[in-house]
Design a binder for this molecule. Structure first.
Ligand code: AOF
Ligand code: ZN
Length: 358
């Protein structure tokens, strides 16, 4: 199952709107087939592994990271394919949250006398599929918030200088993280200040993450990196109702997808933006700032994971803070996260945190 989970994780960022599933087929203690859900969500993992196994699938055990599907979608049900291939046991940690499946895949397998074991490495599987579960159960994607800052949590000097706070190893790690998400998201301030391309470079991904900008007024440069490549790597813009019609037309003409969102105070309502991004198919979003967007997501308890890159550099109080005002007065109101990983990356340190849910 650990191998199946790692195969599944390879598909993260590539399979949306579907979950990235892994499958390993074992016969007499030998691995005879492996599969990962294909780019865009098809083929599913099981038929890939079954095709590799061929006749050896008869009497074998299939380890699948999610309940095999039971519905007739664009492909026939994986539960039926496993039954037809003569698989005698299926090990799958969790039930699928898609209403077309949820429990019926397991039921179908049991009905055909396939032994079903659930719960194996379920915590890891729940983390790996968290984006898909959030999308199907709560209608929003998972949000990973990335902060690359000085030791004192600043992302730029008072004059806006930010290149570079962290070193090349940390920046490479950022590209690897982008590749594992369906979309990279920034606020309008960051899009204006940094003119970022938000693409994955030097990693050879088959599917680039969607580039999302949250911009109430759509006051984004029409000559920058995002505008230039909008025809090739998707650009999705979450904007407010009052955005200038000429700007809407201009971005539409460049090939961007426009998502009108509700406002909350002077900003876009992050709940509405995420709801729309989820409805458009995204399961995992990598947010790279800036401080206002980071604060609005944290204030609404919409951050599931944090990734911090911390450099040995002190910028001081006049620098731009990584996270804008949260309006908190008490410590017990502050969103708290649980440490899951630390790694030294040359001169910098990476830490990963998950939302502590108590
Ligand atoms: C599996 N194995 O590898 C994946 C599954 O649109 P379709 O027909 O491709 O079905 C999408 C649904 O299939 C998706 O919502 C989820 O329930 C399941 N994904 N199931 O058996 C896989 N990716
Ligand atoms: Zn399937």
């Amino acid at each position: 199952m650990a191998l199946a989970l790692s195969l599944g994780r390879r598909g993260q960022g590539q399979c949306w709107p579907n979950p990235a599933v892994g499958c390993v087929i074992v016969r007499d203690g030998r691995i005879v087939g492996r599969g990962t859900t294909g780019p865009g969500g098809r083929p599913h993992a099981e038929p890939i592994a079954l095709a590799q196994a061929g006749d050896l699938a008869r009497g074998a055990t299939a380890y699948v990271t999610l309940e095999p599907c039971s519905h007739h979608g664009q492909t026939p049900p994986c539960a039926d394919a496993l039954i037809a291939a003569g698989i005698s046991r299926v090990v799958a940690p969790l039930q699928d949250s898609d209403a077309r499946v949820s429990g019926q895949g397991f039921e179908r397998l049991r009905l055909h006398e396939v032994e079903v074991t659930t719960g194996v490495l379920a915590d890891q599987a729940a983390r790996d599929h968290a984006g898909f579960f959030l999308k199907t159960e709560q209608g929003r994607p998972l949000v990973t918030l990335k902060l690359a800052s000085s030791f004192d949590g600043r992302i730029a000097t008072a004059t806006g200088q930010s290149k570079w706070i962290t070193g090349p190893q940390a920046r490479r790690a950022v590209h690897a993280l982008r590749a594992r998400h369906d979309a990279v998201m920034v606020g309008a301030g960051t899009a204006r200040a940094d003119d970022p391309s938000l693409t994955v470079r030097d990693l050879g991904v088959t599917r680039q993450p969607v580039r999302v900008v949250i911009s109430r007024h759509l006051d984004l440069p029409l000559m920058g990196q995002l505008a230039r490549g909008a025809g090739e790597v998707p650009v999705w813009l979450c904007h407010g109702a009052g955005a200038d019609i000429e700007r809407i037309r201009a971005w539409d003409g460049l090939g961007a997808k426009l998502l009108p969102c509700a406002a909350k105070g002077v900003q876009i309502d992050p709940h509405d933006a995420l709801r729309q991004l989820g409805a458009a198919g995204l399961t995992r979003i990598f947010c790279e700032g800036g401080s206002a967007l980071a604060a609005s997501l944290l204030a609404e308890d919409l951050v599931d994971e944090l990734v911090g890159f911390s450099a040995g550099l002190a910028i001081g109080a006049e620098g731009l803070p990584a996270i804008g005002a949260l309006g908190l007065s008490r410590l017990d109101e502050a969103p708290r996260f649980k440490l899951i990983e630390t790694r030294a990356l040359g001169p910098d340190v990476m830490t990963r945190w998950t939302r502590a849910l108590d």
